[in-house]
Design a protein around this ligand. Structure first.
Ligand SMILES: *Cc1c(COP(=O)(O)O)cnc(C)c1O
Length: 334
């Protein structure tokens, strides 16, 4: 919980200044995204509800912000050697595309179980693939081995100051367009997104409310907050696959930052995620992935208390979903 008035800068390695620097640094490569007023949601809830269209990034998700910022901080020598990561999801795509745009080599470590369609997408972006082992843990090990053997720099998915600062640039764009914002709602997984946004918003005005939305099927951060330490949870398939994954036993940044800046975290069932996807398709004409629709679904199913808030922003975080999976998910709700 954010402690009003007692803001100890020392406890926080990342400052709002870092986020302004990231804002300048990423701008040539990462374009500003639109903030859309949702007339239908606003009428329904008696508040002004806006959608931040983060699915419009070229990589299909906000993760471009963090990836470009992290790569921009490398020395020339490090850039020449290249970057690596082990995510096959939106972070992996972002690292591959960011590296391509910045003209540096990238290598994405994947396990043998990653589907071909995903591999093709990563290759298309110009990254080399390192296929190793049976699961995500093996791919991660390989990634750190590559760092040692070949001098690649690992770009971590969330628990890293430059990644957090990159994701925080979303908040600067929101404040520029909607200075009266009083609530931001975002999907919560590793917590890079919420850490960056929370830092900016709470330093601007501690009364701005920050809600994190987690999936019932693997809410590592939500459960860690409850346990007051990073813990692992069991996971099962979900429509919001981008929200799967642990927070790391040695989590350094995002666990304390989410703990400090998020007012509350909510657990949302699969049916609400599907409803959110269907609603965004019908009312706003956009096809987005489950993780991006979870906030809207939470609102529709009245999981969120919006009593005092009057200018609410929902982060529509990404659109990397197979069309077939999308139509399957929304079928019962349109
Ligand atoms: C990564 C991701 C999130 C969650 O961000 P974290 O920083 O891991 O909490 C939400 N939505 C989408 C589409 C993502 O790719």
């Amino acid at each position: 919980m954010y402690n009003k008035g007692s803001d100890n800068q020392k406890a926080n390695p990342i400052t709002v200044q870092d986020i302004w620097k990231a804002h300048q640094s990423i701008r040539p490569v990462v374009k500003k995204t639109p903030l859309i007023y949702s007339k239908s949601l606003s009428t329904q809830y008696g508040a002004n509800i806006y959608l931040k269209y983060e699915h419009l990034h070229e990589s299909g998700a906000f993760k471009m912000r963090g990836a470009v910022n992290a790569i921009n901080q490398l020395s020339e020598k490090e850039k020449q050697k290249g970057v690596t990561t082990f995510s096959t999801g939106n972070h992996g795509l972002a690292v591959a595309l960011a590296a391509k745009k910045l003209g540096i080599p990238s290598c994405i470590c994947v396990s043998k179980n990653v589907p071909n369609a995903k591999l093709a997408r990563i290759k298309e972006l110009g990254a080399t693939l390192e296929v190793y082992g049976e699961g995500q843990d093996d791919a991660e090990k390989r990634c750190y081995a590559l760092q040692k053997e070949q001098g690649f720099t690992v770009i971590p998915p969330f628990d890293d100051p430059n990644i957090i600062a990159g994701q925080g640039t979303i908040a600067l764009e929101i404040l520029e367009e909607l200075p009266t914002v009083d609530c931001v709602i975002a999907g919560l997984s590793g917590g890079g997104l919420l850490s960056g946004i929370g830092l900016v918003m709470k330093h601007t005005n501690p009364d701005i409310c920050i809600y994190g939305i987690s999936i019932e099927k693997g809410a590592a951060m939500h459960e860690s907050l409850k346990a007051k330490k990073p813990i692992t949870v069991s996971e099962s398939p979900t429509l919001a696959d981008s929200l799967l994954g642990g927070i790391g036993a040695n989590n350094t940044y995002t666990f304390p930052m989410v703990k400090r800046y998020a007012d509350k975290s909510f657990l949302i069932p699969e049916t609400s995620i599907a409803k959110g996807m269907a609603y965004l398709y019908q009312e706003h004409g956009i096809i987005v992935e489950g993780a991006a629709a979870i906030g809207v679904g939470a609102l529709l199913d009245k999981h969120l208390p919006l009593n005092e808030q009057s200018n609410v922003v929902l982060i529509v975080s990404g659109c990397n979903v197979d069309l077939e999976d999308h139509s399957q998910a929304i079928m019962n709700y349109i």
